[in-house]
Ligand binder design. Sequence first.
Ligand SMILES: [Zn+2]
Length: 85
Amino acid sequence: MPIYEYKCSQCSHQFEKLVKMSDQTPACPACAGNQVQRAVSLPAISTQKSRGYTHGIARRKAKSIKKEQDHAQAEYERNYIKDHS
Ligand SMILES: [Zn+2]
């Protein structure tokens, strides 16, 4: 669901609103007027960007966990060889 930015042309109040496809332009929350114009929906773009950022972190985290597991495995093998030789 996209978040749209609106600006009231009666009182110049700006606000953001989560809008369903079927929804009509909302009334201004400040003056209750309906002279509201939709602006560019920047929040949707930034949400997408931050989602990609989170994915990057998750991937990096998974990689470091894998590294830790490899390390533990190597340690285990080293101890095993030491104990059984
Ligand atoms: Zn207004």
